[in-house]
Design a protein around this ligand. Structure first.
Ligand code: HSE
Length: 299
């Protein structure tokens, strides 16, 4: 057995508008852990987007890895975990789902659990509470998922999305719990039918790779965006400017506050230059779909 590994997990965007708690897309922004067996637990954080002042016992990755090991009646072996992340915290880019998937991979390798992909989809989605970000971080690509009441995940993966994705990250955090707190507890039937028809058309357009319609249905969510828009800096202005500059469509990335535009791959750099000039207080990043999902390499 090796004594050093690298775990690489893509971040993700969730919902793409009306695919609320169901649709996810792995993005080319990564959480990376270098894991080395040693006699004591130690986390070393390098760069931005990593927790500060966290004890081992309070570390999300340690806590989840321990929980998963115990679920299988095992104990974690101690190790040094060096962590870097391109995923800003609490911005809607799947940082917590990526950390959960990383922790499951850590438990899997330290305890030799031999987890299947289905196990990883189920465990990560159960911990996260919904399968959108978690399945995208496990599998990569675009994932359309449902989780049954007993926590079994079913996913259809759509690969080869021929588009680029631009994320508009504001300089403020928005915790998912707060963004879920503004959502109505119930919808009446006629409203729910319209909301679900838009979600169905988004999923169909994604499978058909009909980019104009993907963009159109991304922008007509009724499940969450109408209630969250007021929490999002420059929500209306970014939608309008992105459309004007040639985006197929723009939606909240997960619970926000990041917005994401899907745009033609050709001309993507120019789109970003244009948006940076108009929204100087946002961090604007060009990404593509990740197609590999969670990767573990022995070093
Ligand atoms: N689907 C989730 C939401 C993603 O919109 O609240 C964030 O966890």
């Amino acid at each position: 057995m090796s004594n050093q590994w690298q775990i690489s997990i893509p971040g993700s965007t969730a919902n793409l508008g009306p695919g609320f708690d169901s649709i996810g897309l792995g993005l080319s922004l990564y959480l990376k852990l270098t894991v080395t067996l040693q006699d004591e637990w130690q986390f070393v954080h390098v760069g931005e987007n990593v927790p500060t002042n966290t004890t081992v016992e309070d570390h999300l990755i340690y806590k989840i890895a321990k929980q998963v090991a115990e679920q299988f009646g095992k104990q974690l072996r101690p190790c040094l975990v060096e962590m870097t992340s391109e995923l800003p915290l609490a911005r809607g880019l799947g940082s917590s789902a990526a950390a959960i998937v990383a922790a499951i991979e850590l438990a899997n390798l330290l305890c030799e659990l031999d987890l299947s992909i289905q196990d990883k989809l189920n465990i990560s989605s159960q911990i996260e509470g919904h399968p959108d970000n978690a399945t995208a971080s496990v599998l990569g690509g675009l994932t359309i998922s449902a989780m049954s009441e007993d926590g079994i995940v079913d996913t259809i993966q759509v690969n080869d999305i021929d588009a680029a994705f631009v994320v508009f990250i504001p300089n403020v955090e928005l915790k998912t719990a707060e963004a879920r707190g503004v959502l109505p507890a119930q919808f009446d039937r006629a409203y729910a039918v319209r909301a679900s028809a838009n979600a169905n058309m988004l999923a169909a357009a994604l499978i058909a790779k009909d980019y104009e319609r993907i963009g159109c249905y991304m922008e007509v969510d009724l499940f969450h965006e109408p209630f969250r828009a007021k929490l999002i800096p420059q929500y209306v202005e970014i939608h309008a400017a992105a459309k004007q500059a040639g985006a197929y469509g723009t939606a909240l990335s997960g619970a926000g506050p990041t917005l994401i535009s899907i745009i033609p791959s050709e001309g993507a750099e120019q789109f970003v230059v244009n948006m940076k000039a108009q929204f100087p207080t946002h961090k604007i990043v060009l990404t593509t779909a990740d197609h590999k999902g969670a990767q573990v390499l022995a070093l």
